[in-house]
Design a protein around this ligand. Structure first.
Ligand code: TRP
Length: 336
């Protein structure tokens, strides 16, 4: 019997590599994760195994994994409706990654631009083989669940192409085994830019212009109020010539549900000050609820662990079936 999914199933992952998710993570991705639960069978994972591909601190990773899991719950990922889990709790990812790595070309892996960028930027000369094979682990994350769709940002498109290629290659060589997943480029997701360099995507690697959702609300407001704008005085959405103002409008529109053109008319004749105040208020209001929900989960470690176990168990129900099928097809001898 085939283990392929017959419903629309999404899988996505987020790395526990920061003390907090930022507003760009939420508006650009996590908000859609929550919405996709209504229409899809959803698998969401905190990818701790990806987080060890670069320099890191073990105690910090442990804490960040818990905080990431709590934040996903706080955002509205529902552990009853969806499968929310930590990657290392499901050993089948790493097991499948090994098999997939044996059908991945060395040259093919060498063409991954994210690896090339990251290894070029690394000044320590300590680039790991794990960082090199990371896209294969990502492919395993997706294929082990027979996901039909993968909500990802533009930066992950090449990894998803690799994933599709590996699924097709495996299927061609060993028989139909994997669903070939489609990238799910979500309409209406906001691409949030850095507040200081509004032509760059918001990222924790540019801390000055990045709004961390677990930061002190005063700090959040201050960062927004010092956002870079431009020397005009008109509130108009034009990402080309007015990237800073457009970014503020995008954030406010996403959080308030008001359209960009509504906002443009609202601020007609006003300077940037009132817009900044309103964006700051909206983000602070959102962050305040987000923080109290996150803290509720963190203050109940027993419940957090129960939910992690529940997620791991539901994930493994699917993952073990795919892996058994794969092991059989590649010619591993089964016992029991
Ligand atoms: N590589 C992704 C990132 O850095 C995270 C990730 C790991 C992921 N496994 C995944 C995303 C599977 C989607 C599907 O953002």
């Amino acid at each position: 019997m085939s283990v392929m999914a017959h419903t629309d199933r999404v899988l996505s992952g987020i790395q526990p590599t920061a003390d907090s998710f930022h507003i760009g993570n939420y508006l650009g991705a996590l908000r859609s994760w929550v919405e996709l639960q209504d229409t899809h069978e959803a698998f969401y994972t905190v990818v701790d195994q990806h987080a060890i591909t670069v320099e890191y601190d073990p105690a910090e990773l442990r804490q960040r994994t818990l905080v990431s899991f709590a934040q996903l719950l706080a955002c509205g990922v529902d552990p009853e409706r969806s499968v929310l889990f930590v990657q290392s709790h499901v050993p089948e990812h790493a097991q499948l990654a090994w098999v997939l790595s044996c059908i991945t070309g060395y040259g093919e892996a060498s063409r991954m631009t994210q690896f090339k960028d990251k290894s070029a930027r690394d000044g320590t000369g300590a680039v790991s083989v794990g960082l090199f094979t990371y896209p294969v682990l990502m492919a395993a994350d997706i294929l082990v669940y027979q996901a039909t769709g993968v909500p990802v940002g533009e930066d992950q498109r090449q990894h998803l192409e690799l994933t599709r290629g590996l699924a097709q290659r495996f299927n061609a060589r060993f028989g139909e085994t994997f669903v070939v997943p489609e990238p799910l480029i979500l309409k209406d997701t906001a691409k949030i830019k850095d507040l200081q360099e509004p032509t760059a995507k918001m990222s924790k690697s540019l801390p000055g212009g990045c709004v961390m959702l677990l930061d002190d609300p005063k700090k959040i407001a201050k960062k927004i109020k010092s956002a870079v704008t431009d020397s005009e005085t008109v509130v108009r959405f034009d990402p080309e010539t007015k990237p800073g103002v457009s970014n503020l409008l995008t954030i406010l529109s996403a959080l308030s549900g008001r359209t960009i053109s509504e906002l443009e008319s609202h601020y007609e004749g006003s300077m940037y000050g009132p817009l900044k105040v309103d964006v700051a208020d909206a983000v602070v209001e959102f962050a305040t609820t987000y923080q109290s929900r996150t803290n509720e989960y963190l203050q109940d470690p027993a419940e957090l662990h129960r939910l992690m176990e529940l997620g791991a168990q539901k994930a493994r129900e699917v993952a073990t079936r795919t892996l058994a099928d794969v092991y059989n097809r590649v010619g591993f001898v089964a016992i029991k």
